[in-house]
Design a protein around this ligand. Sequence first.
Ligand SMILES: *Cc1c(COP(=O)(O)O)cnc(C)c1O
Length: 428
Amino acid sequence: MPDAPSTPTPWRPATTAIHGRRGDNPYASVAEPLLTTATYYFRDSAELRMFRADPAALRPAPGVERQEYGRYGNPTVQAAEARLAALEGAEDALLTASGMAAVTLTLLGLLRAGDHVILTDDVYRRTRHLAQQLLPRWGITATVVPLNDFAALERAITPRTRVLFSETPTNPFLRVLELRRWVELARAYGLTTVLDATFATPLNLRALQWGVDLVVHSATKYLGGHHDLLAGVIAGSRAHIQPLREFLGTFGSVVAPQVAHQLLRGLKTLPLRVRHQNAAAQRIAQFLQQHPAVERVWYPGLATHPDHAVAQQILRGFGGVVTFTLHGDLDTALTFVDALRIPLMAPSLGGAETLVSPVALMSFDAYTPEERAALGIRDTLIRLAVGLEDPDDLLADLAQALERITPTRTWALTEPARAAVLSSSTSL
Ligand SMILES: *Cc1c(COP(=O)(O)O)cnc(C)c1O
């Protein structure tokens, strides 16, 4: 976006999500126009010559770039990229066909044969697959170190290390990276940092302000927000994004204009949605934590979470995902999820519908029990991705499903639990 200011917009996120780097358009339409075309014509050879000499001389409207071919640019896609860059406080942003396309493009764009990348554990399963199974095919090696173990991280650095990759909060345990130390270490060794902040969204974490070089998101989750599209985004300085944009022209994993348009629409409610989901998840985590059928809860907003202190420092909200284990076995977990009436049993997160995932059967089914154990994935591990329903209805639903798996019916709801179930939605 040549017209994009390189400084953050002066607005708060709710305004930026709607107006951030809004471009002009030839129709003066309030909703950003959806332009679906594979290619663009030149009216005569003189126009083609002008375009070759200086594309900026051929602007269809102020702030709108003249395009040549769909894989290299589309005004709807660029409008969504500009809005996302504004939300991240980034100079530039690049949309891709999926979150994995963003991760793949970033790593392949930054690394070449002989290079080495260090990931933290608990990163997205397919990211780990890319790094450990696929990158070696192209002569790139990867090391995985425990998140926030900075001694191990420093030991893993070799003269060929180029990139540090991490995720925050992580899936499924919602671990939170000590960003300041991570960035400082990267800078000391001249390494590029890439953070997958899908679970945080640009609302809960301003990763670039902490000095991260590139932030990636699966826009499929909160950014789109309605479980109806697949997209990914990479944001950072123009110097980092421009070469990746060039790569994308060849890799070809571009987003469709229709999807970019849906994404623009979703972004306008992102701050509202995230605020709701932060508050609802906090209440649900507190309710689960004191429930006798629940063994353990992971939520960065709980004092019992291993990274609660770090989360308080770097996150502006603790997110919409709550992970917990139940007392019992796999059957208990499945009885529980089957008893839930509101949450749909599906992978993913960040949309209007609350989704529940029996993690061992859902995302880690291809792993052996031993591999799952090594990753801490217990049979009774449940991930709840809180949606936009009334949290009181969700709490009541969770309570009735938990009651089904409580071995004897002699226990009663403790007072805090009763209060959590009964308190009105005004506490949101
Ligand atoms: C879903 C997800 C991805 C992959 O995104 P897709 O849009 O499904 O390709 C990457 N990272 C995280 C943290 C995710 O949750």
